[in-house]
Design a protein around this ligand. Structure first.
Ligand code: NOJ
Ligand code: CA
Length: 558
């Protein structure tokens, strides 16, 4: 904790703006479509900056908007220093940054360094070049095993299913080499042992910083450094299975990865204010702090809250652990309940604990049935609790509307590579990427004036922005009020737990007397003394009902 953690609205402009920011994730293709082609775009984001300012977010993080064949929703980047033509131009991007900055909103862009698109000029050059060439050495090409090289060079597996290796076709009767891709075959992994790769990404970081970007979200930050010594070491599991704590796994969370981020930090600190970064690092929790060091990326996502059941003990333990971890490094904690990769939290909380979401999606969301009202009630309670915690909260577009997962997208409309790569046994992540409803009626519910690139459900009519605006207890107005109050009450990055005498009720207080009480159970609980500032559902006879969170202050605040 530092003095500058004592925030006032003016301090949002200082170098520590990120420490307790509310960052709103925009999935650009599904946010707002300005030209009726069914695809959200940069001008669409600009047109909704007023909405975001009204909501009260401190920053927006844009998922990739770069040229891409969309083999993985844009996380297959063909040109890191440009805007996809269907999303706009660099001028549109500059206009969006200017509009955001004009209302005090910072802009964070997604950097995807583990892999490029197979349409990236480097990969085209690699394919046209001989084995062992400099062009191939930007990626991870190897000869296959077996008599004719017909077996992959190692047992590594792809996150989207199947082997993490694809073989090139034979040329003149000579079998092709294999290239590594930890994700889709259209996402070849880069070779981070290659200095040219390292330099090029620093150029990309500077490119966006020079355009006024304030920070970066770093995709798959834990996988860049790999042990590529031959023979390649066996690793038949994904990262969250048995990665050792000493940084020696062949693929994930290797110690050397931090050399890369130390170099990036020099780039960040060459700007005033220094650029910020947050790692998407699926490292063992104990090692997440390494990514969040001030000499590294500075902050790391933790998905512990997102993975926790809706349960007071689970939340308490996650919060305590994460705050301790953040303090160890001098970083601040991050909190996330939803993003573009997971079933929306309103839906998760309406399903029985332990539900396998992949299986549930395959039933089009029918088995088990979602308790829609309970899911939303819990989601609102969990969100209010999260927003009272010290550190930064990352919100995902549409959660402020209480959107549920769209589990019944027709199979022929699915876009996620997971659907194809698993031979149609897992549907993937499209259900949380459905274009936002802005209006209750009309073309694509106001997403644009044409169709939407993923079908929207009829129920969007009632959850649209227009349907919630001005309705005091709507989810949208509750989020707006929470963000307004949070800014007013924000304080040093600390909390103290207050004994509640109940296992299913959590109570903490932030310095200055900002109390948060969350009842995870079903029995109402009497409230501590204080002025009720906001609650996720109406109080009943002055009591805090089940599955509800309330914020109290020890004195009235204007
Ligand atoms: C994590 C991103 O959040 C996800 O959407 C993507 O598929 C993978 N990284 C690969 O880039
Ligand atoms: Ca468009």
């Amino acid at each position: 904790m530092t003095d500058s953690a004592l925030l006032s609205p003016d301090l949002r402009l200082d170098a520590d703006w990120w420490r307790q920011a509310v960052v709103y994730q925009v999935y650009p293709r599904s946010f707002a479509d300005s030209n009726a082609d069914g695809i959200g775009d940069i001008a669409g984001v600009t047109s909704r900056i007023g909405y975001l300012a009204g909501l009260g977010v401190d920053a927006i993080w844009l998922s990739p908007f770069y040229p891409s064949a969309l083999a993985d929703g844009g996380y297959d980047v063909a040109d890191y220093r440009n805007v996809a033509p269907e999303l706009g131009t660099l001028d549109d991007f500059d206009a969006m940054v200017a509009a955001a900055h004009a209302v005090g909103i910072k802009v964070v862009v997604d950097i995807v360094p583990n892999h490029t698109s197979d349409l990236h000029p480097w990969f085209a050059e690699a394919l046209a070049s001989a084995p062992g060439s400099a062009a191939r050495n930007r990626y991870i090409f190897r000869d296959g095993l077996g008599e004719n090289g017909e077996q992959p060079p190692s047992d590594w597996i792809s996150h989207f299913g199947g082997p993490a290796w694809t073989r090139l076709p034979s040329v003149d009767g000579v079998g092709g080499q294999w290239y590594c891709h930890l994700f889709a075959p259209e996402q070849p992994d880069l070779n981070w042992d290659n200095p040219e790769v390292r330099e090029d990404f620093k150029t990309t970081l500077r490119f966006w910083a020079d355009r006024g970007v304030d920070g970066y979200r770093v995709d798959v930050a834990h996988a860049l450094a790999k042990d590529l010594s031959w023979p390649l070491r066996s690793k038949p599991t994904l990262e969250d299975e048995g990665v050792p704590l000493d940084g020696t796994d062949p693929l994930y969370d290797r110690n050397e990865v931090h050399e890369i981020y130390a170099e990036w930090r020099e780039v960040f600190n060459s700007y005033d204010p220094p650029r910020t970064a947050v790692a998407e690092a699926y490292a063992p929790s104990e090692r997440r702090a390494l990514y969040a060091r001030p000499t590294g990326l500075g902050q790391a996502f933790n998905f512990d809250l997102l993975k926790a059941d809706y349960d007071a003990t689970a939340f308490h333990d996650v919060i305590t652990f994460c705050l301790n971890e953040a303090e160890k490094t001098g970083s601040s904690s991050t909190w996330v309940l939803s993003n573009h990769d997971v079933v929306r939290h309103a839906t998760r909380y309406g399903l029985p604990a332990g539900t396998d979401y992949d299986e549930w999606l395959m039933t089009d969301g029918m088995q088990p049935a979602v308790d829609v009202a309970q899911g939303l009630r819990r989601a609102r309670a969990a969100t209010l609790l999260m927003l009272a915690l010290p550190g930064s909260s990352y919100l995902y577009q549409g959660e402020e509307l209480g959107l549920h997962e769209v589990a019944d997208i027709p199979r022929e409309a699915l876009q996620d590579p997971i659907w194809l790569r698993t031979e149609n046994t897992k549907k993937g992540r499209d259900g949380c990427r459905v274009p936002l409803p802005w209006d209750s009626a009309g073309h694509s519910f106001g997403f644009g004036s044409g169709p939407a690139h993923l079908p929207q459900p009829a129920g969007f009519s009632g959850t649209a922005v227009a349907a919630q605006r001005g309705r005091a207890e709507s989810t949208l107005e509750t989020y707006s009020e929470a963000l307004r109050l949070r800014r007013q009450l924000q304080t040093v990055e600390e909390l103290s737990w207050v004994e509640t005498g109940r296992d299913d009720v959590l109570h903490f207080v932030r310095p200055g007397g900002w109390h948060c009480v969350s009842n995870f159970g079903t029995e109402p609980v009497a409230l501590a003394d204080g002025v009720v500032r906001l609650s996720s559902a109406p109080l009943v006879d002055g009591m805090l009902p089940g599955e509800t969170t309330v914020w109290l202050t020890e004195w009235p605040v204007d």
